[in-house]
Design a protein around this ligand. Structure first.
Ligand SMILES: [Zn+2]
Length: 462
């Protein structure tokens, strides 16, 4: 039997991080606002209301994303009305730059080997609850980007890996709301030898995990139909997370006719070359390029380089530190292990706290010059959240060099732990480690275990 060949394409939606909605000045904090408070006649589609000029911040963000995806940005495009009747869209149509007669914002891109058919901008409908019938218009009119790929993927795993890279890349320009997650429609078709099955669309998937499972399910379902010589119906399906299967919604023959027409209330958009050039200049280095450069420039291993570049703020922070301290091992360890440890512990991202790179440099300098122990440095770093301080001013963290002071602490620890002392004297090596730990702890982690050991052993012999 000839081999089954899947072909997969994606339509990805993301919320753009703008302060205002697309055609009015209502704020976009739809998650924290009380229902139906971020609204006006425009975004609730009141009769007679007309849209304002499209939000230029949203336009710039779509252009920035398109450029990162290697697209050609078109300099002229028109807004379309996509008609449908549903409670989430009272004016009866959605404004979009997609549709039968439109020119997309950008097209012909390529991102990590997959062709980008087009990218465009549109407004989000309201949130409608089919059970209660309630509609919340806070979301209505929020700017959405839609990215359409060519059907260039061959497997669900490839899609998942690509999407993870896409999300990381989008996070570098902070243009798409990461908390809103990813929403996608997936097109899947399979062929076997000369036989090509019809294309099936699975709609409204909202996590990479669901996308992966839906694709795997469809490939299996369609392959079986081809093998049994049955017809694959061209249709739209939905994926049920609970059942782990896709279910038919409607066949393409009865697909909605959106009656696209150009919107007479919105002008033809012209984007001049200078605007595109200015946006291009401000784009950051792409994550996969950054990984390659980090490996080459700083001689980092793949794993450390990928951790450092998995967040642009961390990557930038690392580069600020490495400018001042040339010890790559020390800097990469303290950024990827220690700094990330305290950020994770506090459930914060770097941009949510204040860690001055100068303070971090001083801290690492003090470790390098052995002015403080590593343990004391870790303790100090814990206190860097929510805001850092000049570590050289913190005398209480400084390493104890004075032998008589260590001697005093050792004596106290010996006195408090008679059982461990007698075990040690009986030849239990573990007890020594325990006692060393106790001394280090009692010193506020300012005593270095290397200076503790000889003093402690000497005292134990008495
Ligand atoms: Zn509004």
């Amino acid at each position: 039997m000839p081999k089954i060949m899947p072909k997969i394409g994606l339509e990805i939606h993301g919320y753009l991080t703008t302060k205002e909605k697309l055609f009015c000045l209502c704020p976009t904090n739809y998650k924290t606002a009380i229902a139906n408070t971020n609204i006006c006649p425009i975004c609730t589609g009141m009769p007679g209301s007309k849209p304002m000029l499209p939000n230029s911040e949203a336009m710039d963000k779509v252009i920035a994303i398109s450029l990162m995806l290697g697209c050609k940005v078109n300099n002229k495009f028109m807004w379309q009305r996509k008609h449908y009747n549903w409670p989430d869209m009272p004016k009866g149509y959605q404004n979009t730059i997609s549709g039968a007669y439109s020119i997309p914002v950008a097209e012909h891109g390529n991102f990590l080997g997959i062709g980008i058919t087009e990218a465009h901008l549109e407004e989000d409908p309201a949130k409608w609850d089919p059970v209660s019938g309630n509609v919340d218009y806070n979301r209505s009119g929020m700017p959405l980007i839609e990215i359409v790929t060519d059907p260039g993927f061959l497997s669900a795993d490839q899609v998942a890996e690509w999407l993870n890279n896409l999300l990381l890349t989008l996070s570098y320009i902070k243009a798409v709301d990461p908390d809103a997650g990813i929403k996608a429609d997936v097109n899947v078709s399979v062929s076997m030898g000369k036989r090509q099955g019809n294309r099936v669309e699975v709609k409204n998937l909202n996590s990479i995990d669901s996308i992966k499972k839906a694709i795997d399910y469809e490939i299996k379902r369609q392959s079986r139909l081809l093998e049994e010589d049955k017809r694959i119906v061209k249709e739209t399906r939905t994926y049920s997370d609970e059942q782990g299967i896709t279910i038919s919604m409607r066949s393409k023959e009865e697909a909605a006719d959106y009656r696209f027409i150009p919107d007479p209330d919105l002008p033809t958009m012209e984007i001049n070359k200078k605007r595109i050039e200015d946006i291009k200049k401000k784009l950051p280095e792409l994550p996969h390029k950054k990984v390659e450069r980090f490996i080459k420039e700083y001689k980092l291993d793949d794993y450390t380089a990928s951790i450092l570049t998995s967040n642009i703020d961390i990557a930038n922070f690392f580069e600020k530190i490495i400018e001042k301290i040339k010890n790559v091992k020390l800097v990469s360890t303290w950024v990827t292990i220690e700094l990330l440890r305290i950020l994770n512990y506090n459930k914060k991202s770097l941009h949510e706290v204040y860690v001055n790179p100068e303070h971090f440099v001083k801290l690492l300098n003090m470790i390098e010059s052995k002015k403080i122990t590593e343990l004391a440095a870790k303790r100090m770093l814990n206190d860097f959240i929510p805001s850092s301080f000049d570590p050289s001013q913190m005398k209480e963290f400084e390493k104890i060099e004075d032998k008589s002071e260590i001697d005093k602490i050792c004596k106290e620890v010996i006195e408090k732990n008679p059982a461990a002392v007698s075990d040690y004297k009986k030849g239990e090596k573990k007890s020594l480690n325990f006692l060393i730990g106790e001394v280090v702890k009692a010193s506020g982690r300012r005593a270095d275990s290397r200076s503790v050991v000889p003093i402690l052993i000497k005292l134990l012999k008495k």
